[in-house]
Each structure stands twice: as structure tokens, then as C-alpha cells.
Design a protein around this ligand. Structure first.
Ligand SMILES: NC(=O)C1=CN([C@@H]2O[C@H](COP(=O)(O)OP(=O)(O)OC[C@H]3O[C@@H](n4cnc5c(N)ncnc54)[C@H](O)[C@@H]3O)[C@@H](O)[C@H]2O)C=CC1
Ligand SMILES: O=C(CO)COP(=O)(O)O
Length: 382
């Protein structure tokens, strides 16, 4: 049986860590995986050198994951089609705003890519935490479905309480892999095939320090991962104001309710509240992201600069750029996208925390009004 070959599409902070994990497991399971894992790099210059060359010679992503040695069987490739060709397992891990463009690039070569993946079927998984929102059409979609639609291949989700810097240092965490290749009226054969795929993805990612649990709910895993970024921004606001742990718990509670409500409104009957309550990709990710992480840091620093240091000119995008050196806090974009969606759908009052988070970041709303905004929401709507 020929081995499975893996390509990671993306090389940011989390992209590099997931590539490291896959490359470690490729070495550990030579019967199952090809020994070389490729990682597509959006090329840029760092200290006068190409980032891809630095990764391939020094085995370190000095820009997005400094200080972490990458396995030598991980190879950086700058042409996305070349990076993917010959692999049957594609791991998508880029900030969500770039996904559609990259999918379109790959879609132009999809027949070639499928042929080169043989004898295996081409399969994908998305580690992306974000949504594809078209407010004017009142439409919202999840990254794994974009991959399915553009490339006509199955795509699952890997999402969990996974702050990349901790996992890069091989500190213990859990994650959730959701995979669902089955149609509505799935038969036994489909279920068996889906479980084969789930086991394969688990083999690729499970490490002694990175425990994988598997579920079928791709929609719940995707929505929880994207929406908790907005709640994490708000929890950063609370810490910026030094309001304490009770206030932060209140934000998390309200945030969780709105995440589930969002799922019920925009994806009725497609997800289970259990995913939000029980899985690493649900409540655990919410907790870790509200405690630390980039969205929390950006939210906190924005509030300190604007309301504690009284700088009315500061923008949240400026804070993101100042703090993150090219990395992105997806909650900033997602807060805006979610706001536009619910505003056009006349649902603002159903999502008081999401709306307040947006208005504080973008509409000059005073952060001190946050408790009032939550209090005045119609309770019955949640
Ligand atoms: N960093 C973390 O702790 C975690 C991140 N995630 C999610 O993983 C996804 C990827 O995030 P990270 O790997 O952390 O990225 P990042 O935020 O560290 O880095 C940004 C990436 O975007 C790339 N980029 C910049 N301009 C681009 C363009 N025009 N086209 C394509 N790529 C471009 C950069 O080269 C870089 O690789 C996001 O959805 C994020 O929410 C999920 C779990 C943990
Ligand atoms: O998704 C994450 C943790 O699970 C990472 O969150 P940040 O992007 O806020 O660091």
C-alpha cells in the first residue's frame, strides 16, 4: 500500500506548528506517511533573505515561530500548486481572508492534483478559525465547506484549545478533529469510509503532547473556533479595564450563549450544542482564548491605549500591527463581519456581546458602557 503524502497550506504561527506535528508523525509512522511533509510559504523577505530559504536551511520559521526548531523532513515550498502536487492529505491553515483566493489557485489544477494523489483520494482538513461572510447576501459559510466547494474534495476541521506557542513547545493540550464525508442519508459503507478518514487524520496529528478527539460535527467545530475569537477580544477589553475575573466569566458565559445562538440561527439543525459544551473546540477553546492568545492581547492593549491612556486616535488594526509582527488576530475581522451580517439581518439585539465588541472596536463606543449594553438585551432572545 503506498504511503500518504501531506502538504500544509500555510506557514504562520499555527501553520508552522501543525506542520511540525505532521512532520514528526510522518517520521514516527513510515508505514503510513511519506517521510517528507511540504509546507506552502507565502514568500516574504526577512533580513534580506527569502523566508522559505531560511526555513529550509535553518529549520526555523524566524518570522512566525521564532525559537522553535522545525523537523528537517519539513520542506518549505513557495508555489502553492507545486506544494500540493503529489499529496493526498492537504492541511489548510491560513488566515481565513486568504482562503478563497488560494482555493481558486488550486482549483485551476484540481484534475492534475487528484491524479497525482492517486491511488489515494484527495482529502483536506481545515485548521482555520474564521467565517466566510457575505453580508449583502446574508450568507455565512465555514472554511471547510469553501474547500469542499472549490476543490470538490472532502474537508474536515481541526480545532481546539490550541494556543500555538504552547504546542510548539510541546506542552500538553487536546484538540478536536471533526470529519463528515457522509451525505444526509448515509449508508453503512459511507460511515466506514468516513471513519477510515477520521482515523487517518488522527494518526497524522495525535502526539503524546497533542491529544486528538474525533467527532462528526464539522459545523459546530468551525463556528465555535471562529466566534470565540470575538469573545476573546471582549475578554481582553475586560482585562484592559482591570475589571477582574467575575467580569471575565460573565463575558465568557454571554459569549458562549451567543455562539450557540448564532449556530441555531444561521445553521439550524446542522450542529449540536454538545460540541460547544463538551469538546476542546468548544468551551475549552473559549476559556484558553479568553485567558491568553493574540485576540485577547490585542483587545486588552487597545483598551489600555484608548481608554486608560486616553488616546482617541488609536485603532484596533494599528494595535494588531504593533503587537503581532505580521500575525493576525482573526477576531478583529470576524467581529466586523459578524456585525455586518447580523445588522443587515436585523438581528442586532440577539447578539449584544458580539455587537458591543464590534462597536467598542470600531464605532467609538465607550468600553464602560459594556455592562449596560449586555443588561439591556432582550433576555428571551438567547
Ligand atoms: N496561532 C494560533 O495560536 C492559532 C491559530 N489558529 C488559526 O490558524 C489560522 C492561521 O493562523 P496562523 O498560522 O496563526 O497565521 P499567522 O497569523 O501567524 O500568520 C499570518 C500568515 O498569513 C500569511 N499571509 C500574509 N499575507 C498573505 C496573503 N496575501 N496570502 C496568503 N497568506 C498570507 C503570512 O505569510 C502568515 O503565514 C487562523 O485561522 C487562526 O485563527 C488556530 C489555532 C491556534
Ligand atoms: O485559536 C487559538 C487558540 O485555540 C489562538 O487564538 P489567538 O489567535 O487569539 O491566539
Amino acid at each position: 500500500m503506498s504511503t500518504h503524502k501531506v502538504s500544509v497550506i500555510g506557514s504562520g504561527n499555527w501553520g508552522s506548528v501543525t506542520a511540525k506535528i505532521a512532520a514528526q508523525n510522518a517520521i514516527e509512522h513510515p508505514d503510513l506517511f511519506d517521510q517528507h511533509v511540504r509546507m506552502w510559504v507565502h514568500e516574504e523577505q526577512v533580513n534580506g533573505k527569502n523566508l522559505s530559504e531560511i526555513i529550509n536551511t535553518e529549520h526555523e520559521n524566524v518570522k512566525y515561530l521564532p525559537g522553535i526548531k522545525l523537523p528537517e523532513n519539513l520542506v518549505a515550498v513557495t508555489d502553492i500548486v507545486e506544494a500540493a502536487k503529489g499529496s493526498d492529505l492537504l492541511v489548510f491553515n491560513v488566515p481565513h481572508q486568504f482562503l478563497v483566493r488560494l482555493c481558486k489557485q488550486l482549483a485551476e489544477h484540481i484534475d492534475e492534483l487528484k491524479k497525482a494523489a492517486a491511488p489515494h483520494p484527495l482529502r483536506a482538513i481545515s485548521c482555520i478559525k474564521g467565517l466566510d461572510i457575505k453580508p449583502e447576501d446574508r450568507q455565512v459559510d465555514i472554511p471547510c465547506r469553501l474547500v469542499c466547494q472549490h476543490l470538490s474534495i472532502p474537508c474536515g476541521v481541526l480545532s481546539g484549545a490550541n494556543l500555538a506557542p504552547e504546542i510548539a513547545n510541546e506542552k500538553f493540550s487536546e484538540t478536536t478533529i471533526a470529519y463528515d464525508e457522509m451525505d444526509d442519508k448515509f449508508n453503512v459503507e459511507e460511515k466506514i469510509q468516513n471513519d477510515v478518514a477520521l482515523r487517518l487524520w488522527k494518526k497524522l496529528f495525535h502526539r503524546p503532547y497533542f491529544h486528538v478527539q474525533t467527532i462528526y460535527d464539522t459545523v459546530g467545530a468551525s463556528l465555535a473556533g471562529a466566534l470565540k475569537n470575538v469573545v476573546a477580544l471582549a475578554s481582553g477589553y475586560v482585562d484592559g479595564m482591570n475589571w477582574g475575573d467575575n467580569a471575565k466569566a460573565a463575558i465568557m458565559r454571554r459569549g458562549l450563549l451567543e455562539m450557540v445562538h448564532f449556530a441555531n440561527v444561521y445553521f439550524p439543525d446542522e450542529t449540536s450544542p454538545e460540541t460547544f459544551m463538551k469538546e476542546s473546540c468548544g468551551v475549552a477553546d473559549l476559556i484558553t482564548s479568553c485567558a491568553g492568545g493574540r485576540n485577547h492581547r490585542v483587545g486588552k492593549e487597545f483598551i489600555i491605549r484608548k481608554f486608560i491612556n486616553n488616546d482617541p486616535s488609536v485603532t484596533i488594526e494599528q494595535v494588531e500591527a504593533d503587537l503581532l509582527n505580521g500575525q493576525s488576530a482573526q477576531g478583529v475581522l470576524t467581529a466586523r463581519e459578524v456585525y455586518e451580517l447580523v445588522a443587515l439581518g436585523k438581528r442586532l439585539s440577539n447578539f449584544p456581546l458580539f455587537v458591543a465588541t464590534y462597536e467598542i472596536a470600531f464605532s467609538n463606543r465607550d468600553v464602560k458602557t459594556l455592562p449596560l449594553l449586555l443588561d439591556s438585551s432582550p433576555r428571551g432572545s438567547l
